[in-house]
Design a binder for this molecule. Structure first.
Ligand code: ADP
Ligand code: ADP
Ligand code: MG
Length: 501
């Protein structure tokens, strides 16, 4: 164990893949803890396996046969003297039964208590308990089993139109349908319930007032087993496609100090209402008047947690591990003062020119930008296979600056130098977004991309200046005279790579 920590774990299993598994392994190793990876057949050569100190197979390919198999993962943990399991995000991270199974197997689950996961995993229950705790919630309607369409339509009238049909078990933007006119209600209920049943095995839905041009602003919370809870300020996540976040930043350009303070206090109220422990995120929706309402609590580490780490200079995974080990929080609310401004852009293997279809293949060239204020959390490297089996997010580009303007200038600089060859990516699309004057002005809302018609200017190839920079670097490293065998697999001969010119 390394000085400065009392954490009792010596071996932690990461029940995840991709960038988050690599990122968690890095903190574990910095703390002197052995990082154990698990992997599917498709991930045998994945970066997260190489990043770990030990790695064990989860036979199969589909997530349902591998990263979602709590039983296999716990068996590996037991067989290899693992002290704790970090679930990352997605997969089993918000699965209360898995958290319980870990506890029953004598392995610490790095996350909140099963009861808190369960209470927050049901959006209907969560909204009820938040309303009771005095956290503002949007008007809604919950149908009882057996309610006919007439009763639900009457409920819809009390909520008002437009409204959203949302899945009680929803996540990742799934199980949601917008309803503009009452005539659409029945079909929307049907569709949302069907999607929710398929995705979450739970068809229950509810109605919620729809906010027309909202912002998504969320607050990071952290609690320990000793009754302490702090918030780690907000993240603005309004840049979304199909209810999924793409670019996040902190601080939110929308909040004045008074609203920020009120939102922080509302998040603490939410956390205390469920005796929340470990890391979590209280999501709010902010309307055009600046009023905010509770959306949901994500009971895990969030994809976009690095922007918080950049402005607070705290390692959230380390804090999660300390709290999970039963230590009291090493920070008090008054000690926390964010500094500067951070952006995160999610880099996806997808083709913006073809409806954002996932792009699969071998990563031939991977040259992310490097600078002291740039952080790349990546799940891939040169030679990595991008398969169709899991999430298409390859990496996250995170930048820091003293203020929003400096941070944005750095984001643009970094995007222009991000080289990925072999698969199409959304880098050019992100560049178009980062260049937009309304983005620069911070006038964000969840329909920003559609409203401003942000589209990738060409084909999903890397920016021209990035290619030139990488080509130059590559020539210098490899020498000008490549042998003919090398040239055969040379990404610089790959026609698609050069289409940008
Ligand atoms: P974040 O705010 O961290 O982006 P998301 O809701 O977008 O949160 O989810 C993060 C990841 O977890 C995404 O890859 C998403 O597809 C996945 N995810 C979220 N909820 C679920 C769920 N209930 N079941 C399976 N995957 C989920
Ligand atoms: P998920 O569990 O899928 O993340 P959320 O309730 O957090 O579901 O909502 C995801 C996104 O959907 C929000 O960030 C926002 O863009 C949109 N959304 C959710 N509820 C509303 C609402 N009542 N009005 C308008 N947009 C909403
Ligand atoms: Mg959400």
């Amino acid at each position: 164990m390394v000085a400065g920590t009392k954490v009792v774990f010596s071996k932690v299993l990461i029940a995840n893949r991709g960038e988050i598994a690599v990122r968690v392994a890095s903190t574990l190793q910095q703390m002197g803890i052995r990082a154990v990876a698990v992997y599917s057949d498709a991930d045998r050569a994945a970066l997260h396996v190489r990043a770990a100190d030990e790695a064990y197979p989860l036979e199969g390919i589909a997530a349902s046969d591998t990263y979602l198999r709590g039983d296999k993962i716990i068996a590996i943990a037991k067989a290899h003297a693992v002290d704790a399991i970090h679930p990352g995000y997605g997969f089993l991270s918000e699965n209360a039964a898995f958290a319980e199974a870990c506890r029953d197997a004598g392995v610490t689950f790095v996350g909140p208590k099963p009861d808190a996961i369960r209470a927050m995993g049901d959006k209907i229950r969560a909204k009820e308990s938040m309303a009771k705790a005095g956290v503002p919630v949007l008007p809604g309607f919950v149908a009882l089993p057996g309610d006919g369409i007439e009763t639900i339509a009457a409920g819809a009238r009390t909520v008002g139109l437009p409204l959203l049909v949302k899945a009680a078990a929803g996540g990742g933007g799934r199980g949601m349908r917008r309803v503009e006119r009452e005539a659409e209600l029945a079909a929307a209920l049907e569709a949302a319930a069907r999607e929710a049943k398929a995705a979450f095995g739970d068809a229950r839905v509810f109605l919620e007032k729809y906010i027309t041009r909202p912002r998504h602003v969320e607050v990071q919370i952290l609690g320990d087993d000793h009754g302490n809870v702090v918030h780690l300020f907000e993240r603005e996540c309004s840049i979304q496609r199909r209810y999924q976040k793409i670019v996040e930043e902190t601080p939110s350009p929308a909040l004045n100090p008074k609203t920020r303070d009120a939102m922080g206090r509302a998040a603490l109220k939410a956390a205390r209402a469920v005796s929340y422990t470990n890391a979590g995120t209280v999501e709010f929706i902010v309307d055009e008047s600046g009023a905010f309402y509770f959306l949901e609590v994500n009971t895990r580490l969030q994809v976009e947690h690095p922007v918080t780490e950049m402005t607070l200079r705290r390692d959230l995974v380390r804090l999660q591990l300390e709290v999970a080990a039963g230590e009291p929080l090493p920070l008090r609310q008054d000690d926390l003062a964010p500094e500067g401004h951070a952006f995160e852009a999610r880099i996806y293997a997808e083709d913006p020119a073809r409806g954002f279809l996932p792009s699969i293949g071998t990563i031939r060239k991977w040259v992310p930008p490097a600078a002291p204020w740039v952080r790349i959390d990546s799940g891939v490297a040169e030679g990595s296979e991008v398969t169709p089996h899991y999430d298409a997010m390859l990496a996250k580009l995170v930048v820091w600056g003293r203020d929003r303007a400096e941070s944005l200038a750095r984001l643009r600089w970094a995007l222009a130098r991000f080289v990925v060859l072999g698969v199409r990516t959304n880098v050019e699309f992100l560049q178009a977004l980062a260049a937009h004057p309304e983005f620069e002005a911070g006038r964000l809302h969840t329909h920003f991309l559609d409203q401003h018609g942000i589209a990738a200017p060409t084909t999903g190839d890397p920016p021209r200046e990035a290619l030139l920079a990488a080509a130059w670097a590559s020539l210098r490293t490899n020498g000008m005279a490549a042998s003919s065998t090398e040239a055969a697999g040379d990404p610089w001969r790959d026609a698609t790579a050069w289409r940008a010119f």
